[in-house]
Design a protein around this ligand. Structure first.
Ligand code: SAM
Length: 467
């Protein structure tokens, strides 16, 4: 809980900042630009990389110049000694990498003797590239041209050109009449209202199953006799199970497939509705329709209360479906904890995160819509940016910048700004000493057994000193 309040990303970023201090200059600079998303002064970058490398990276659009600063729209994520470039200059069409990518990657069957592999919806190419460890030939299929090029870049970056080929196309269309021993996929599976725009990597239709359906119902034609399919996905569901079970039961019978479904997570609808609405507003501001109402509608229409995350494994067989539910109630958060109010708070913390990450435009677009959001919930929302408890000095320092930005965007008038500046000073003092102490005490009481670690490791953080 303490970490939740402080935001993990700040902790990891601070830890990373500390741990990279002693690295060679060039490595440190690459981590700052391509992992931590920092903006660096052009002189610093030029001195460290040299003009030629900087020019090349600028020409390739891997770095962008913004006044005297240099930053990147891309990120490089290390995973199991491989490196994956993600992101891109067109956000709606960017190369995605995230927890589901890593979940599937961790479950890839490297010991399965696969000669030919198909990776549908390959994105950064992570699955295809990792599978080069064990398979002979891998084809990755990606719909977006930009993303396919990023995957090709990653293929070269990881030295697997002799095994992995990336094709641009729509699912099976570009591999017609070919058979594979293994078909893996992490398709777009976010349930998104048809009335809203959404990023390509997530858009899975109103029930989230649009692409998954196409993958499962046609897979039989593309698998060798002993071939297997492995997909990570998401579906709406009720209290008991995900709705995808219906589709899997039908497909199993019709195609004579044995299917195992491993449910590994479940989220309450409000968590999804808030997170996804926020995604929409951050990427496509000025929506005519209210994203909250639209997302709420698709859950209501389907009579769904949850979204489920799962892995689906299938092979030829007798048409049986086995459900393995790793998710159990005791391990999950108590239902009562998830109310509209806590969800609104979680939205607020996303908003605050934007400030922390200096994404002021995104934050402002959320802020502008906050009143609209609160109407959906029937809650009155406080129009100030100092809501969060236990804020560190570092965060407040950035709030100051945020206030200036808000003022520039005419979100708050000068008097309001003045009041907020005074509040800022006041909070800073309080947070540094009293509030921080109180929060820490609360945390220590709750987690007595971690008392020593908490006070020893985390208390300096509350006081805004280094970790
Ligand atoms: C959730 S991302 C997964 C990327 C990657 N496989 C991973 O595990 O990180 C889904 C990817 O599918 C691509 N995509 C969407 N529709 C597609 C389609 N019809 N055919 C092929 N790729 C598609 C998107 O552009 C996106 O890169």
């Amino acid at each position: 809980m303490l970490l939740d309040q402080m935001c993990y990303d700040i902790v990891t970023q601070n830890v990373t900042m500390m741990s990279i201090k002693s690295l060679p200059k060039k490595t440190k600079l690459f981590i700052q630009l391509f992992y931590l998303g920092k903006r660096l002064h052009v002189v610093n970058v030029k001195n460290t990389l040299g003009c030629k490398i900087l020019d090349n990276l600028l020409k390739l659009n891997l770095l962008i110049a913004d006044g005297n600063n240099i930053n990147s729209n891309y990120k490089i994520t290390p995973f199991n000694n491989f490196y994956f470039l993600s992101g891109g200059s067109i956000f709606e069409n960017s190369a995605y990498i995230g927890s589901d990518s890593f979940y599937l990657a961790k479950h890839l069957p490297f010991n399965f003797n696969a000669t030919k592999v198909l990776d549908l919806c390959s994105g950064t190419g992570i699955q295809a590239i990792l599978l080069a460890r064990s398979a002979k030939k891998i084809i990755g299929v990606e719909l977006s041209r930009e993303v396919a090029n990023i995957a090709r870049f990653n293929v070269v970056l990881n030295n697997v050109e002799n095994k992995v080929k990336i094709l641009q196309g729509d699912l099976y269309e570009v591999v017609k009449n070919k058979k594979f021993d293994l078909v893996v996929s992490n398709p777009p599976f976010v349930p998104v209202p048809d009335t809203l725009p959404y990023v390509l990597w997530g858009k899975g239709g109103e029930d989230g199953l649009l692409i998954q359906k196409k993958i499962f119902t046609n897979i039989n034609d593309y698998m060798t006799k002993n071939g297997i399919g492995l997909t990570v996905g998401m579906s709406l569901g009720d209290r008991r199970s995900p709705f995808i079970l219906d589709l899997l039961n039908k497909t199993a019978k019709k195609e004579k497939l044995d299917i195992d479904i491993l449910v590994y997570n479940r989220n309450h609808k409000w968590e999804q509705i808030l997170r996804r609405s926020w995604d929409v507003l951050a990427t496509f501001p000025n929506q005519k329709r209210n994203p909250f109402e639209e997302f709420d509608r698709i859950y209501n229409q389907a009579d769904a209360e949850y979204t489920y995350c799962y892995l689906v494994r299938l092979r030829r067989g007798k048409g049986k479906v086995a459900l393995i539910n790793l998710f159990d109630k005791e391990n999950s958060r108590k239902e009562t904890e998830i109310s509209e109010k806590t969800s609104l708070e979680s939205l607020h913390s996303s908003f605050v995160n934007c400030f922390i990450n200096r994404q002021y435009n995104k934050a402002i677009s959320i802020y502008k819509n906050m009143e609209r959001f609160s109407k959906v919930f029937g809650l009155k929302y406080r129009r100030d940016v100092f809501f969060i408890l236990g804020v560190s000095y570092e965060r407040l320092r950035r709030y100051k910048k945020a206030i200036i930005e808000l003022r520039k965007a005419e979100m708050i008038n000068p008097e309001e700004a003045q009041i907020n500046f005074s509040l800022f000073k006041c909070y800073r003092n309080i947070c540094q000493i009293e509030q921080a102490d109180r929060e820490l005490k609360k945390g220590v009481l709750k987690f007595k057994k971690y008392k020593q670690t908490v006070t020893k490791n985390y208390s300096p953080f509350f006081y805004g000193k280094r970790l």
